[in-house]
Design a protein around this ligand. Structure first.
Ligand SMILES: Cc1ncc(COP(=O)(O)O)c(C=O)c1O
Length: 393
């Protein structure tokens, strides 16, 4: 039986009519960039997240880049982030000339370890004239937590640390649109808990475009206004440039398609949780739960519906590569998110990290394996995946 890692065709088939009608409307109007569809979709995301400002941009990468540029991050600045994430989280810091500082992860969730974060800031950095400096002298400006695989980081702890050290928090919520966090102050959605939150609508995301697209949300009006300028080369009015931004614009066709899909996001995320529950019961039935580690759901008892939105369903296994080869032979799609921790990437060698600096992130890079996960994944397919894993052991 062939089971792909992801199959978007059923989702499209169910919405093909309204999606095509929206595309037709944009084509008929011949207004392709930053028009009414973008405005409507920004409004819809703002309402969905409970955020006063939403700024549509060209991708999740450009969302991060635009936020860092708008904050005026640059040479001499340092940004602290998770060592285990998609490349863009670290690369956007480097692209503005600042220094990414990596922190090890919590082995249970694969999100940034708040203990390691607090330890680094308290023990490795020093405060001079009210400014926090890294051991190499960089001025620490922000923490970028990443809500990996659709599970929010421990944001109360992160915000407490950020306040203690006077740092901004930029949430990389690319994989976590709609994920909820049980904050002591009440339930909060991923992306709404810091200075700004960034999202990706890459086609494989829980809410995926038909191409690249992204979004930034934030609370402050002045910051939102600067972000809007930043996505158009720092320009206002036309051809008057106050600062250097980029072409980070969202186009109308993507916004129109995303606007059709957004009302279905919560039901899709619920279906993903159902898939995760089925995987768990299959693994328990087949007694493989001692051989692989299933994804943690630390907020399951919180009462929040979207306590996890399972952007990916990632297990861990010591013999991960052999297991993956076995599943490939069984025609089961899998992926490794991510085969290297960020400090192991060749392009970050100049940062001076060594093997063993972040043991949990390094171990995750050796052990994680994403299994097929999408709302329409059948029980039969899941049983086949689970039985194939049991067969391997
Ligand atoms: C954690 C994380 N950050 C940033 C991005 C970048 O988003 P995009 O691919 O839309 O540029 C992604 C996308 O895969 C991501 O998973």
């Amino acid at each position: 039986m062939r089971v792909p890692l992801l199959d978007l065709s059923q989702q499209y088939a169910a919405l093909a009519g309204p999606i095509r009608a929206e595309i037709e409307e944009v084509l008929a109007g011949q207004n392709f960039i930053l028009g009414r569809k973008v405005e409507e979709f920004e409004g819809a995301i703002g309402r969905y997240c409970g955020s006063p400002h939403a700024i549509g941009v060209s991708s999740g990468t450009d969302a991060l880049l635009a936020v860092f540029m708008t904050m005026g991050l640059g040479p001499g600045d340092a940004v602290v982030t998770s060592d285990y994430s998609f490349f863009a989280t670290g690369s956007c810091v480097a692209r503005v000339g600042a220094t990414p500082v990596f922190i090890d992860i919590d082995p249970v969730t694969c999100n940034i370890s708040t203990a390691a974060l607090a330890r680094y800031l308290a023990e490795s950095c020093r405060r001079e004239d009210g400014v926090l400096h890294t051991p190499k002298g960089g001025r620490v400006r922000a923490i970028v937590p990443v809500h990996l695989f659709g599970l929010c980081c421990d944001m109360d702890a992160i915000n407490e640390i950020a306040q203690r050290f006077h740092l901004d928090v930029i949430e990389d919520a690319a994989q976590a649109l709609g994920a909820e966090y049980p904050s002591a102050g009440g339930a909060a959605k991923g992306g709404t808990m810091g200075t700004a939150g960034t999202f990706s609508f890459y086609p494989s995301k829980n809410l995926g475009a038909a191409g690249d697209a992204g979004m930034i949300i934030c609370r402050e009006e002045a910051f939102a206004a600067r972000l809007r300028h930043c996505r158009q080369h720092g320009m206002e009015p036309r051809y008057y440039h106050h600062f250097i931004g980029g072409n980070f614009r969202l186009d109308e066709i993507q916004a129109a398609i995303l606007g059709v899909k957004l009302p279905h996001l919560d039901e899709w995320s619920a279906a993903r949780r159902g898939v995760a529950d089925n995987y768990r019961s299959e693994f328990e039935r087949l007694s493989v739960t001692g051989k692989i580690t299933l994804p943690a759901e630390p907020f399951r008892e919180s009462g929040l519906t979207n306590h996890h939105i399972f952007h990916q369903y990632v297990i861990r296994a010591e013999r991960r590569d052999a297991l993956r080869e076995h599943l490939t032979r069984k025609e089961i799609g899998t992926a490794i998110y991510y085969p290297l921790a960020l400090h192991e990437q060749e392009c970050f060698r100049y940062l001076g990290y060594s093997a063993g600096d972040f043991p949990e992130a390094e171990r995750a890079a050796r052990e994680t394996l994403a299994l097929p996960m999408y709302p329409e994944l059948s029980r039969e397919a899941q049983r086949y995946v689970a039985e194939s894993i049991a067969e391997f052991f």
